[in-house]
Ligand binder design. Structure first.
Ligand code: C2E
Ligand code: MG
Ligand code: MG
Length: 645
């Protein structure tokens, strides 16, 4: 006699999964919807199985109820054989390969034809009774043609396994295993039921595998940002990686809350989240109103990304415009009136960005160089596209320049107000690329700091500048010292001292010929190694300058502890010296610093007027375009000689 308890257990498990799905609000998104469809399908199939198999167990099997019993059997076969193709659609959704299925006729055929054969075989049974039949005692028997159904299922199984392996890279290993297990477990159930037909374990096993999938794959905490209710950072990274690896074309609207940091420092956490929630719901409304399916992600730090597979650029542009307006609208968060500032742009992948890493960098940085308040569309403007392409290619440009020694050193003369001549200079690196021309050091130095190549660049600078100093010495050029810039990463190198001494000895230089510039930000970092490097090198007789003074928020007491010899006032101060209040500030700063034994360089002096102001204030050195731009070595030497008289 058939054991029906397996089906009852299966129904219970499936009901629990269904309830949890509803409670966890997991019905949006393609993969979730397919899972729900699959689940409902399996629940119905289990009920039908239970119904068809109850005859002869709990319901007496008689001639009079043969009709409903037959209907149950046919229904079961039709439904049961549909499970695997539906499961395949679910796999397509999870692996995000839906567009591949949509385009491929052969994949569609592989999905439909076996099921069509199954249906025809089942219809034929109405006349031939060779798939299954009931004998005169109303006992169920398998017919020879039933094995056509098994063959079709086997075909589905092979295709499914191959498909999963083909798109394995789209899944983490736990997800891959969970999806794959469906096949062996169900084959096992079929074998058990084939040989011991009283054990109705097929639906039970299917419900267990659905449970496994629910636990491993349908995890809302990974997909949804619990505070904002939109897709999370993790889901953004997973989905974008997937999109690139299968080259799925997508359009992304990036919407960045530009003043996020400022706002989050004013608003408390809850209020800040309220602001982000209200922006998120505005964004969701924008694309829903336009009736365009989009996935909305909160990436991080005030950045939202809206992703669509839709190619209709006009519609996407309209949404972006709408978003830009809504984002900048004033908002009332509790008692505070908040004025968000936004930067919105549209990117096509893979046309504008063809890899995941660049996309991440772009998302983090575009607001620093794209205009705010205006929508930058598809990088349509030449200028934007070049700048953007350059940023995308910068890593390879740098490594190419390192490998082929394509950096050059320029020197900007520094005027000594006491000696009334040029006795020092700042060494500034230059990179000329074949495609982009001169690339701003701010851009490539920042990139090199991130990708680690700054250390090799730093070595090049040391070598070049020390070599140049040796040549100055040989030719008798009056260069007391040259200032060279050290980046944060260089300051944190354990062997910085050895490196500097190595190049100094290589060219037989005195330590006082080298002056190392460190920015305020680097000096401010609470890193013991930075302070230690500065002190150690200082003991060797090398001088230090504090660069860009006045741009950061200096921890004055910390900076004064370090043995700086020169303070370089940033250009932004020179630019504002005509403001009487700023002038008082600069004047007193100079006086104060000189009193504690520092010398002052002012950077970025461009006009006679500015020069006069700083001369009056008793500044020790002047650097700026007023005298000269940074020059290549030979021109610099010529310039210094000419000014020597
Ligand atoms: P910085 O060290 O503050 O260098 C001064 C910058 O101001 C230079 O820009 C210089 O060309 C520019 N400048 C000087 N006088 C004037 C002026 O009168 N008007 C204007 N508008 N600009 C003036 P540059 O060469 O583009 O370098 C930018 C930054 O890149 C530097 O700022 C420095 O932080 C970094 N950098 C440059 N060379 C190196 C290097 O060899 N190593 C490292 N680590 N960083 C470097
Ligand atoms: Mg500098
Ligand atoms: Mg500077």
């Amino acid at each position: 006699m058939k054991i029906l308890y397996f089906d009852i257990a299966a129904m219970m498990i499936l009901a629990v999964i269904m309830i949890s799905l509803i409670f966890r609000k997991m019905l949006s998104g393609r993969a979730n919807r397919f899972y729900a469809v699959l689940l409902i399908h399996i629940i119905i199939t289990t009920i039908v199985d239970f119904w068809a198999e109850s005859y002869g167990v709990w319901i007496p099997a008689t001639e009079s109820n043969m009709q409903p019993r037959l209907v149950g059997c046919y229904l079961y076969f039709f439904l049961r054989n549909l499970t695997t193709p539906l499961y395949h659609l679910f796999i397509c959704a999870v692996t995000d390969t839906w567009h591949i299925l949509k385009k491929s006729k052969s994949l569609k055929a592989m999905l439909i034809i076996p099921y069509a054969i199954i249906c025809m075989t089942l219809f034929s049974n109405l006349f031939t009774h060779r798939v299954f039949y009931f004998d005169e005692n109303l006992v169920y028997h398998r017919g020879a043609i039933l094995y056509v159904l098994y063959a079709a299922s086997f075909f589905y199984l092979i295709c499914g396994v191959i498909y999963l392996i083909r798109y394995k890279k789209m899944l983490t290993s736990d997800k891959f295993v969970a999806l794959m297990l469906m096949y062996p477990l169900n084959v096992l159930a079929i074998i058990i039921q084939l040989f011991w037909s009283q054990f109705l374990v097929e639906m039970f096993m299917t419900s267990l595998t659905m449970l496994l999938v629910a636990l491993v794959i349908q995890r809302p905490e990974q997909i949804i940002n619990p505070v904002l209710g939109v897709r999370s950072y993790i889901s953004y990274t997973m989905d974008m990686k997937q999109a690139f690896s299968i080259q799925k074309p997508v359009r992304i609207i990036f919407a960045k809350l530009v003043n996020y940091e400022a706002l989050s420092s004013i608003l408390e956490y809850d209020n800040c989240m309220q602001l982000l929630r209200s922006i998120a719901s505005d964004l969701a409304l924008s694309y829903k109103a336009a009736n365009l399916p989009m996935d909305l992600y909160y990436v991080e730090n005030g950045l939202f990304a809206l992703v669509t597979e839709n190619e209709q650029s006009q519609q996407v542009q309209d949404i972006a415009k709408n978003i830009s307006e809504k984002m900048t609208a004033e908002k009332q968060i509790k008692h505070l009136q908040v004025e968000p500032e936004s930067c919105v742009c549209i990117i096509r992948c893979p046309q504008d960005i063809d890899n995941y890493e660049t996309l991440l960098t772009f998302g983090n940085t575009f607001h620093t160089y794209l205009p705010h308040g205006k929508i930058v569309n598809d990088m349509a403007e030449e200028k934007d596209r070049r700048m953007f392409q350059l940023r995308g290619e910068i890593d390879s440009i740098i490594s190419d320049a390192v490998a082929n020694q394509r950096f050059m050193m320029y020197y900007q003369p520094i005027y000594s107000t006491k000696e009334k001549r040029f006795l020092s200079a700042e060494a500034l690196i230059r990179l000329k690329d074949e495609k982009y021309g001169f690339i701003s050091p701010e851009l490539f130095i920042t990139a090199a700091e991130k990708n680690g190549m700054i250390l090799q660049i730093g070595d090049f600078v040391l070598d070049e500048v020390c070599g140049f100093l040796a040549r100055c010495e040989k030719d008798g050029l009056p260069m007391e010292y040259i200032e060279l810039n050290l980046s944060m990463n260089q300051c944190m190198q354990a062997n910085l001292k050895e490196k500097v001494l190595y190049y100094m000895n290589k060219y037989d230089l005195r330590p006082d010929q080298i002056n190392l510039e460190i920015t305020e930000t680097a000096a401010n970092k609470e890193q013991d190694i930075v302070a230690e490097n500065i002190r150690e090198l200082s003991k060797e007789g090398i001088n230090f300058s504090l660069d860009d003074y006045g741009t950061g928020y200096s921890n004055l007491s910390r900076i004064m502890e370090l043995p700086f010899h020169i303070i370089k006032l940033d250009k932004s101060l020179a630019d504002r010296v005509n403001d009487s209040r700023i002038k008082v500030l600069i004047k007193n700063t100079i006086q104060m610093l000189q009193e504690i034994g520092m010398e002052i360089v002012v950077e970025g002096v461009e006009t006679e007027e500015t020069l006069q102001q700083f001369l009056e204030m008793g500044c020790d050195y002047i650097q700026g375009f007023y005298y000269s731009k940074p020059l290549p070595e030979q021109e610099f030497v010529k310039y210094v000689w000419e000014n020597e008289g």
